[in-house]
Ligand binder design. Structure first.
Ligand SMILES: Cc1cc2nc3c(=O)[nH]c(=O)nc-3n(C[C@H](O)[C@H](O)[C@H](O)COP(=O)(O)OP(=O)(O)OC[C@H]3O[C@@H](n4cnc5c(N)ncnc54)[C@H](O)[C@@H]3O)c2cc1C
Length: 447
């Protein structure tokens, strides 16, 4: 389910359903979930193991906050609906609003893509600032409390097996239990709900894993005030290396180098420069070698596989609990989808609560999130299967679709309308099947 297919947020659809909801994890998925729960519960408590930062800062609990994050259109539009003023707060803090049709340089299939004809707005900022601007929106809601330095340890259950609250530990070792009408697990990729289910007499969700073995190395370099473009050079077989540069607040670019299937992105600065010099376009080396680094050191992140937990396939799931964001599915970050999916999941929660309240909430919610994840999974995992070494369940039709996309990308080198169609799929505005619409198809297949 992508932006053009979802029903947008509507505050008037919500009504009060309970006295307290608890959200586990105060990152993007947790904050977006807390926002929609505030419409339906008298009190919402967010339990987060990190201290709640007062300024935009990377966090140890979400180590990817040190790496560049693209905000796709589906995420931008949904977050703006949930948190009015999000964009303005971002810009006030130094974030940028780009026109991706002119200010994104995208090198794929051996050349840069032609500029699309229409404006494509895109916010650029550090991941820490994105999260901070969302958190400022949460702080305006008096019914939401964020409790940092608290580690969730277990669910509390009723006699009938429903989840009725949570247990957490504070930084002095004190253990607290907190009753709740609904608990939302937004603890990310390492979520323990699956193993908790197994230990408590439930089937765990079937899990799909697609191994791409990608490593990330990130640096920040100085950016002159007038320069504001984004550069994207995705891995393209047989080239196992990718790069991207995103302009962020504070006159900097975040530059990320990626290697897939064992082509490790280096952490040693000299080796990183050599890695950057190996790209077919000089722009990557110019950023890494010729620009001044604004901080020492290289941030490294290994990401072995995309993982999808099929909660939507379970016959039994406890009442009083749902799971959201990366805890359901975490995708190869190269495609920049996670924050947008987290926002769409929150929108799904809003509609599931508005449609049927708390009765049978989990299956209704997981049905909705399955539709969201499916479209995104196909894009991310489908592209990963362009590499023969990618291992895992391959969605049907992937090879034929990838061959078509190769041809589409070649056409897009000279045809901005085809670039536009391609970008709108990556921005999660349109389904991948939109690339087969007649207006695109005839341009791609024309001799
Ligand atoms: C290297 C990298 C680059 C990425 N780039 C992009 C990008 O360009 N664009 C994009 O949209 N997405 C990107 N993503 C994905 C994005 O970071 C996530 O999808 C997004 O943060 C939403 O995830 P989440 O909130 O579900 O989980 P997370 O962000 O992982 O947050 C989980 C939260 O739960 C807390 N927590 C965990 N366990 C406990 C516990 N027991 N008790 C209390 N709190 C707990 C953690 O501290 C953390 O705050 C990238 C990811 C990686 C790894």
């Amino acid at each position: 389910m992508v932006l053009e297919k979802v029903t947008r947020y509507d505050r008037d659809r919500a009504s009060t359903l309970g006295s307290r909801a608890v959200v586990l994890g105060g990152s993007v998925a947790g904050l977006c979930a807390a926002r929609v729960l505030a419409d339906a519960f008298e009190e919402v408590v967010v339990i987060e193991r990190d201290r709640i930062p007062e300024t935009p800062s990377p966090r140890d609990g979400a180590p990817q906050t040190r790496h560049p994050h693209a905000m796709l259109e589906a995420g931008r539009a949904t977050i703006e609906d949930l948190f009015p003023g999000f964009g303005e707060r971002l810009l006030e803090a130094g974030g940028l609003l780009l026109d991706a049709s002119r200010e994104m340089r995208y090198y794929d299939g051996g050349d840069f893509l032609a500029d699309p004809p229409e404006r494509l707005p895109m916010y650029c900022a550090s991941r820490a600032l994105f999260e901070h601007a969302i958190r400022e929106g949460i702080e305006r809601l008096p019914s939401v409390t964020q409790r940092g330095d608290r580690v969730f340890t277990s669910y509390e259950t009723d006699d009938d097996g429903s989840v009725a609250g949570v247990e957490f530990r504070d930084d002095r070792g004190g253990v607290t239990t907190l009753p709740a009408d609904l608990v939302v697990d937004a603890t990310g990729r390492a979520s323990r709900t699956s193993s908790w289910l197994e230990a408590n007499g439930y089937e765990p969700p079937p899990t799909e894993s697609v191994e791409v073995d990608v490593t990330y190395s990130t640096i920040r370099v100085e950016r002159p005030g007038s320069a504001r473009h984004t550069l994207v050079v995705p891995p393209d077989p047989p080239r196992t290396r990718g790069a991207a540069a995103i302009p962020i607040e504070g006159g900097r670019w975040e530059v990320i180098l990626q290697g897939v299937h064992g082509d490790d992105a280096p952490t040693d600065p000299e080796a990183l420069v050599a890695f950057a010099e190996s790209f077919p376009v000089p722009e990557v080396a110019e950023l890494v070698r010729d620009r001044e680094w604004t901080e020492e050191g290289v941030h490294h992140y290994p990401f072995p596989s995309s993982v999808r937990r099929r909660y939507d396939r379970l016959d039994r799931f406890p009442d009083g609990l749902v799971v959201t964001g990366d805890a359901i599915a975490s995708f190869n970050p190269i495609y920049g989808q996670g924050m947008s999916v987290a926002a769409l999941d929150a929108l799904a929660l809003h509609h599931a609560l508005a449609t049927g309240g708390l009765d049978d909430l989990a299956p209704r919610f997981f049905d909705r999130t399955a539709g969201i994840v499916e479209a995104v999974w196909r894009v991310a995992v489908g592209a990963d299967f362009a590499f023969e070494a990618t291992a895992g369940p391959k969605p049907t039709g992937t090879d034929a679709f990838n061959r078509y996309v190769d041809r589409l990308v070649s056409t897009a080198h000279d045809d901005g309308r085809v670039t536009d169609a391609y970008y709108r799929v990556f921005r999660l505005e349109r389904e991948p099947t939109s690339l087969l619409r007649p207006g695109v198809l005839w341009r791609v297949l024309a001799p």
